[in-house]
Design a protein around this ligand. Sequence first.
Ligand code: CNA
Length: 361
Amino acid sequence: MAEKLPCHDTSSDEDSSDDDVSNELLRQLLQLKIGADKSNTDQEDLPKVLEELSVDGIVKYIKAGKATKIITMAGAGISTSAGIPDFRSPGTGLYDNLEEYNLPSPQSVFDIEYFKEHPEPFFKLAKSLWPKDKKFQPTVCHRFIKLLHVKGLLLRHYTQNIDSLERSAGLPEELLIEAHGTFHTSHCTSCSKTYSQEFIEGEMAKDSIPTCTDCNHVVKPDIVFFGENLPSKFFTHVQSDFEHCNLLIIMGTSLTVQPFARLIDRVPKTCPRLLINLEKVGVSSGSGLDFLSRILSGVQSGGLDFDSEKAYRDVAILGTCDEGCESLANALGWKDDMDKLSTEGTTRPESGPEENSTNKL
Ligand code: CNA
């Protein structure tokens, strides 16, 4: 029997009983929510994960050997210094430079339904990004990620990028999750025949729409368009990777594309999170609110928190990814290792079918 609340005495018996049940349910829900939320966010319950909430704190944490399972999460901003524009940077981002394609919206160029009817704008854009005679080179940031692997600290690299520069930097396939696919391979949109990056580049160089040599349908690079599923490799690794992560490094992304952006909340509460970006992103609007205000306002508690009084594990290096990674490497005493990687050069693995290439759409 539901407990009757003291103020509830004016309704008829029947109404009163219904209201009692509703009130009790609401009370229990709030209690559960408050209890759960409180246990998640009370700073007293959390161990002090960083000696100090700063880049120095992160450096000390790594030097102390606590960052043994680092996950790096990246976006277009790690490749802009290689000459590839991102989506959303005002002025230089792709979304500000698509007028010539007469698209219904900037996003249409990566919309699968639009592509099926009008593949031309996508390939025209792709050609401008991947001119045949110009090979983009991995950046300092890509080398830093590789160095984390060389040092045995990298659990996995999750990228939204489709430029394959992580592969060029020599990151092993098993450490790489290309969440939004890759240009590395392509498939016929009808019979699924696999094609190499070189095939697509060759067709684009001739200004042709790549078509299947068997059935003549359009061949589409294995990048994930809006409206398509992410590769199965993403989902199979997310579950086990993030719960074991003990340092999350987020670089060059606006954290606006889901489900990728939400990954930042999947690491344990004790895992420090370092953002290296031109601007602060992924900051929860609810991070400055106490738990009751969040429940009442409906604002969620996820997201990064650099500045509120509850901030305890999120640190930002604001600037370019290359500068941020370089200064971090220097502070860690890894300058020689970085230099060595840059003189060793990079590798571009042979094209071949992806483990997850059949899972587009
Ligand atoms: P975005 O939304 O364009 O955001 C880029 C973020 O990086 C912004 O916050 C910028 O301020 C920041 N940024 C830009 N340049 C730098 C820099 N040099 N140093 C530090 N920060 C910088 O791109 P997201 O990756 O967040 O969006 C996801 C989309 C973009 C994915 O679906 C990608 O496929 C897509 N994309 C990929 C590429 C690529 O593969 N290189 C290029 C363009 C777009």
